[in-house]
Design a protein around this ligand. Sequence first.
Ligand code: PGA
Length: 259
Amino acid sequence: MKKLIIANWKMNPDTVEQARILVSTLEHRMHQVYSKTDVVICPPFTFLAPLSHYSHLSHIGAQNVSWAASGAFTGEISAAMIKNWRAEYVILGHSERRLYLGETDSMVNAKIIACLNAKLTPVVCLGGEEGAIKDEMKTLVTKQFVKVTKGLEKKHLEKIIFVYEPVWAISTMKNSKPATGSHALELVNHIRSLLGKRLTRERAANMRVLYGGTVNPDNVHEFAKFPQIDGALVGAASLDPEKFWDIINEFARESVHKN
Ligand code: PGA
């Protein structure tokens, strides 16, 4: 299975020209890793349409979606609109949306269904909740997993990419502390075992589970060295072409070692 590196640009950069330069720089190098690593860029909504013209070997995703198909939802963007911009993925349940915008597990559940109906791949973050502490992450992740996947058929569950995203390990959070590779591995394995119970172990083994706390060139080896961690959801470092490239390369290199 190819590694998957997802860039979450959050509310950056300011201009479409800056966004274009970031994607073009990446595209010039993508042929070097294309066979080993999938890369998805998730810019703000307003850059999705222009960037879809520049991304050929990389893919495009959104950072949010409405749970509703259409109608009176001021300020919202539907899954069909995202699809129309040629995006393929949508990040859901990020801790910043939970903490700052009141997103709940049941909203994430409805958004997963909206994505699947529109044939978009949901990238679902588990591990974000105000005040969450390291020792309680398994309990929190289990609780969120059960709620966000409620009512989903097996064939739909299988289409989701899960991300372990411990809120205390995100660089922008107050008192943030990076997670160790062994902690990330433990929780990635835990998510896969939850999937195994709903599907089968074999089917769960074929799904991608990523790590989503802070990843940068200094700590990427901590995570990339474990074959069970299928990639990363990268925030701040994805806005720096050199740092992002180092992260992609490290996962690509490790995937070759393990094959
Ligand atoms: P960061 O963000 O890489 O900037 O710490 C990670 C995330 O928000 O998942």
